[in-house]
Design a protein around this ligand. Structure first.
Ligand code: SAM
Length: 235
């Protein structure tokens, strides 16, 4: 583990656990410790992480709503020699979380960016799914409107790889049914729920079977879905 302690004026881009604090890497902890400022999504969530690490570091809230303004301010801080750690509530910043504008601003100003890799729900689900990994697409959350949901799922029908998406507990049942209706009840999928947490479950198989198995659980939690290519099975 090495992290240049003398380094000044940089953005540490830090991945944090998606549920299990044991997944916080030594390098992530060290980069947070070495930072002058933490730019984070929800200061209450990050405060718990800092408490776990026994650290007190000033935090600035960096959310979707203030991303534009804050990106400029944080970039100026870095330019003036400050070390800033960018964190989201869980997993990678920028991956369906704030961060993109700040990273872009740092590139535009030729500021140093140091990525600290770590947990991410999409890649964890894909790797544990048993579905093809040679080629995949990550599509984030499905659109809000029903018609657009159908169109989006339909558009990936013939993709020759796996499709990874995030879904909330409120829509999981509807989305699984839509996948079954549009892609067929025998389409292989993986439903990864509560990855790295106590109630982790990874269901892989034909979507009708996954729906049946999922209906026996509480339905709560965080979900990532992986859809396999047409014709794929475990045979
Ligand atoms: N930046 C995060 C990452 O790198 O994975 C993703 C943030 S996105 C706002 C949150 C969504 O990721 C959740 O609604 C869920 O779909 C998925 N997710 C996050 N944690 C998860 C977990 N432990 N198990 C399964 N899916 C998870």
């Amino acid at each position: 583990m090495s992290l240049d302690q003398e380094l000044s004026g940089c953005l540490f881009f830090v991945a944090t656990p998606i549920g299990n604090l044991g997944d916080l890497s030594q390098r992530a902890a060290l980069s947070i410790e070495n930072s002058d400022i933490i730019a984070c999504e929800d200061t209450r969530v990050t405060a718990k992480l800092l408490q776990h690490l026994n650290l007190r570091i000033p935090m600035v809230s960096y959310r979707e709503e203030n991303e534009r303004k804050k990106s400029q301010e944080i970039a100026l801080d870095i330019e003036s020699g400050k070390k800033v750690a960018l964190l989201s509530d869980a997993g990678y910043p920028c991956i369906n979380d704030p961060g993109f504008r700040l990273v872009r601003e740092c590139h535009a100003r030729k500021l140093k960016i140091i990525p600290i890799p770590g947990p991410n729900a999409a890649l964890t689900a894909l790797a544990a799914s048993g579905l093809p990994t040679h080629q995949f697409a990550f599509i984030g959350f499905l659109p809000k409107k029903r018609g657009q949901v159908q169109k989006t799922i339909e558009s990936w029908k013939d993709f020759d790889g796996s499709v990874v998406l995030y879904e909330s507990k409120y829509k999981i049942e509807k989305t699984l049914n839509a996948i079954s209706e549009i892609l067929g009840s025998d389409r292989f999928i993986c439903l990864a729920r509560e990855l790295t947490k106590s109630y982790e479950s990874i269901l892989s198989g034909p979507v009708n079977q996954v729906i049946e198995e999922q209906s026996q659980s509480s339905g709560k939690g965080e979900f990532t879905i992986v859809i396999g290519p047409s014709g794929y099975s475990f045979e």
